[in-house]
Design a protein around this ligand. Structure first.
Ligand code: PLP
Length: 281
């Protein structure tokens, strides 16, 4: 059995308690139907990083799903970071809100169901600037997700299967392709490099509108790079000279291979982007 740490403080429906003491009903609709949404936020030196942007996205996800918790999500995240300071200087907070416990199991939900709120912190395992220079390899896989990938829903079965498929074939991660168009990896957004321009898939309902993606777009502009948001087709993959993945946990990571195409590291560009990103912390 997996060991759940007892030195981590969790939040569960109004109370803070050790993580290993949280237990949830099997009739929680998050468990039975994947009926819920989540956010992952990091803190650097005890300062939550772009918390407002994560909370705005959470608000949009909750609204779309018509889940309306009464508690203040920002307060919960801040309290979790505070109560878990002993875990390290760089922490991640996972916050999940499901529709709640409802019986009997049925597709529609009762009108009086109370949302289940669960959160905890962990010290993310993140590669150093130097180690990331090895670059990630991606395997293109069919994007079999629903049509609202812009909602940060807990239903991550397709993402998990895509990543496992890539790993089983010897790659680090999957690059999801929908009808010939590049979308995103299993848990991060993607940027491509060609000369002085960064290209990233447009922010529609088929990708998550990443907080890091937005930051990287702003950094690109500040660094006098041209930024193009548009459809990117698989036939174009050989025309780019480099690529980067970005997410809250992995920050900015170079991609050096997609299927059999090998990209250069673009070390100067990577260093510039990395330094500019670090300056935001
Ligand atoms: N795309 C997917 C599918 C993700 O799961 C994530 C993060 O978890 C991202 C993109 C990156 O989003 P963010 O930068 O807000 O972490």
């Amino acid at each position: 059995m997996t060991n759940i740490p007892s030195n981590v403080q969790a939040y569960y429906n109004g109370a803070f308690l050790p993580l290993d003491q949280v237990s949830i009903s099997p009739f929680d609709r998050g468990f039975l139907f994947g009926d819920g949404v989540y956010e992952v936020i990091v803190s650097y030196d005890s300062k939550p990083f772009y918390l407002d942007q994560h909370m705005e996205r959470l608000e949009r996800s909750l609204k779309f799903c018509r889940i309306a918790p009464q508690q203040d999500m920002t307060e919960i995240v801040e309290a979790l970071f505070e109560k878990n300071r002993h875990l390290g200087n760089h922490l991640a907070c996972y916050l999940q809100i499901s529709r709640g416990v409802d019986y009997p199991r049925q597709h529609q939900h009762s009108s009086n169901v109370e949302p289940t709120i669960f959160g905890y912190c962990f010290a993310p395992v993140i590669k150093s600037f130097e180690d990331k220079k090895t670059g990630l390899s991606l395997k293109t896989v069919a994007d079999i997700r629903w049509l609202h990938c812009d909602i940060k829903a807990i239903t991550l079965l397709p993402n998990g299967l895509a990543k496992q498929q890539a790993i089983d074939l010897g790659y680090d991660d999957a690059l999801q392709i929908r009808e010939g168009e590049v979308k995103e990896t299993s848990s991060g957004n993607i940027f491509f490099v060609k000369q002085n321009t960064l290209y990233t898939p447009e922010s529609d309902n088929e990708i998550l509108h990443g907080v890091t993606r937005k930051l990287l777009s702003e950094i690109a502009k500040a660094e006098a790079l041209e930024l193009v948001e548009r459809k990117i087709f698989t036939e174009e993959l050989t025309e780019f000279t480099g690529a980067f993945l970005c997410s809250t946990i992995s920050e900015i990571t170079p991609i050096t291979q997609i299927d059999e195409y090998v990209y250069s590291l673009n070390e100067d560009l990577y260093t510039r982007l990395h330094l500019a990103f670090n300056a935001l912390k």
